[in-house]
Write a protein that binds this ligand. Structure first.
Ligand SMILES: [Zn+2]
Length: 48
């Protein structure tokens, strides 16, 4: 699992609530989940 601010590379990631995001650039950092709210701690898991 990855925390906000990590740069795990291109791919899709899902949080505990099932929301998904996609990083399109190897230099992109994982953001807070926009749907959970910016002040919530979000842990992202890579989607296969
Ligand atoms: Zn979320």
């Amino acid at each position: 699992m990855y925390a906000i601010g990590e740069k795990p590379g291109i791919g899709s990631y899902r949080d505990e609530s099932g929301h998904t995001i996609t990083l399109n650039d190897p230099d992109d950092a994982l953001p807070p989940c926009s749907r959970c709210g910016r002040f919530q701690t979000t842990t992202w898991t890579r989607v296969p």
